[in-house]
Design a protein around this ligand. Structure first.
Ligand code: MSP
Length: 512
């Protein structure tokens, strides 16, 4: 069997409830997963939670609960978010599960067997919020920041196991050169390569001053560094080390989606651990940008953290999904604001798409008793719509293959504008008045086909709305069973199907 397409999100810390940053990566991964299923690929999509480490232990302590109690409570918020956002993940991994402990112990042992782990002492600084050891250069950078912007760091001096990261400096650089697609967008690869060229020091991979983690095999005084633990989730989730069949079917991952802040862990540490353990490397790590909220950095102290559940309540999951991926090119930073959402809903969803669907289905109801009419001979105008549809599918596919969600949507909306223009120019209402039935049938049939194509293409982004339109077009089989290849077949919406105009798909926000 051919290998499945495997996509992952970062696993989220349970010290805090989900915000739009988490929703963003998960939605993007879902769109990639759905698009790949649409292409006919078998897909495995993993998300989950990162539950160990000093940060979680301290948060639990401050709440007067045990770390596992904190995790059990908060994990539900992340799991329920999948439902609220229409996420189709195949599994949800928690790092406190037994299967994960076995997996982390196994990779640790393999790295040890490669001679890449030694016991020494770590003396330096640690950033508990980021769960990261601070290098000399980073320390200098931190010290040069104004006081209010400096992260809280702590001096640490303890016995620690070290991973020979320095040994992987050259192999990593060679790997980046040979696989430039490994880190995307490409400008991020340059940043990563520059960091590695700057010199890699061995990495402390165990701690002794707290206990909330997976003990080092053979030395339970130490718990394994939370990033070593967390990164391993990507292989645990596909059956490592016990289910070889599942592992072969899915690994290596096709894409790890991550925020730009955690790229270094994924593009430097993770491949080095895997090289050491003799496990193939993921194909791509894609780093996305960060959202500010109404122009400001999102933070608890400012009190502007956006709750994704609230956005879904107010706008619906489809609008939220569309907005996040249309507003900014994937990879760059962007600003989240209600006014920006409303502008997109009114301009692109209500006017562009919603209006096209409702006026077309309304006319089929009115002139043809709600049955899609039989077409007559196609004119060059009708053929032009067909040709544009085919090229719209091709462009969309190309942009989606490059994870360029924003460009895929822009080009799709260009096609929607073309269809709207064709409607206006063909003026079916005038044809109806003139009783030109043959031309009227052909025009409405053509528009119905074009809407069918659009429906298949919006499905990864707005599954609920796409499903609704598909049903309103009177299609007998479910949208789930359609493939991208079907979108290239002109004539997908059959004459005789009964349509239903229904309620407005995307109500405008000023009339709500
Ligand atoms: N637990 C680690 C990841 C381990 S993966 C092996 C972690 N967790 S996190 O919960 O702090 O962050 C998860 C993701 O949320 C990161 O990819 C981060 O970039 C993303 N975001 C956090 N704030 C964000 C924004 N304001 N905007 C966009 N994404 C943001 O890091």
């Amino acid at each position: 069997m051919s290998k499945s397409f495997y996509v992952t999100t970062p696993i989220y810390y349970v010290n805090d409830v989900p915000h739009i940053g988490h929703a963003y990566t998960t939605i993007a991964a879902d769109v990639i997963a759905r698009f790949n299923r649409l292409k006919g690929n078998k897909v495995f999509f993993l998300t989950g939670t990162d539950e160990h480490g000093q940060k979680i232990e301290r948060t639990a302590e401050a709440n007067g609960e045990k770390p596992i109690e904190l995790a059990n409570r908060v994990v539900k918020r992340f799991q329920n978010l999948s439902d609220a956002l229409n996420i189709t993940n195949d599994d949800f991994i928690r790092t406190t599960e037994q299967r994960h402990r076995i997996s982390v112990e196994e990779i640790f042992k393999r790295v040890q067997e490669s001679g890449d782990i030694y016991l020494s002492e770590y003396e330096g600084w640690y950033d508990v919020r980021e769960e990261a050891f601070i290098t000399e250069t980073q320390l200098e950078e931190i010290q040069s920041l104004p006081e209010e912007k400096r992260p809280v760091i702590e001096k640490v001096k303890e016995e620690s196991y070290f991973f020979k990261l320095s040994k992987y400096q050259e192999p990593l650089l060679k790997y980046y050169k040979e696989h430039p697609e490994f880190v995307q967008p490409s400008y991020r690869l340059n940043e990563v390569a520059r960091f590695v060229e700057g010199g890699l020091r061995d990495l402390s991979i165990s701690r002794t001053t707290f206990t909330w983690g997976i003990p080092v095999p053979g030395n339970p005084e130490h718990v394994i560094y939370v990033w070593f633990d967390a990164l391993t989730n990507y292989i645990t989730g596909v059956g490592f080390p016990s289910d070889e069949g599942m592992f072969e079917q899915n690994w290596p991952a096709d894409v790890h989606l991550v925020g730009k802040d955690i790229l270094r862990f994924h593009a430097v540490y993770w491949p080095a651990f895997l090289m050491s353990a003799g496990i193939p490397l993921p194909k791509t790590v894609f780093a996305h940008g960060w959202w500010t909220v109404e122009g400001e950095k999102m933070s608890k102290s400012v009190g502007n953290v956006v709750d994704p559940y609230q956005v879904v309540d107010e706008f619906g999951a489809d609008v939220f999904r569309y907005f996040l991926l249309r507003e900014i090119p994937f990879g760059q930073d962007g600003d989240f604001s209600k006014s920006a959402i409303v502008a997109r809903v009114n301009g692109e969803l209500a006017n562009g798409l919603g209006n096209l669907v409702s006026r077309t289905l309304g006319m089929i109801e009115k002139y043809f008793d709600a049955k899609v009419p039989e077409p007559g001979n196609l004119t060059s105008e009708d053929e032009a719509v067909r040709d544009k549809a085919l090229s719209a599918v091709e462009i969309f596919e190309k942009e989606m293959n490059e994870v360029a969600f924003h460009k895929a949507l822009v080009s799709l909306w260009d096609f929607i504008a073309d269809i709207n223009k064709y409607v206006d120019e063909s003026a079916p209402w005038t044809l109806a008045k003139e009783k030109n039935d043959e031309r009227l049938s052909t025009v409405l049939w053509t528009i119905a086909q074009a809407i069918g194509v659009v429906t298949i293409l919006i499905y990864p982004f707005m599954p609920e709305s796409a499903e609704k339109v598909w049903i309103r077009l009177g299609s007998p089989d479910s949208l789930d069973s359609q493939h991208l290849i079907d979108a290239k077949k002109w004539g997908l919406i059959k004459a005789g199907q009964t349509v239903d105009k229904g309620e407005s798909l995307f109500p405008r926000f000023d009339d709500k």
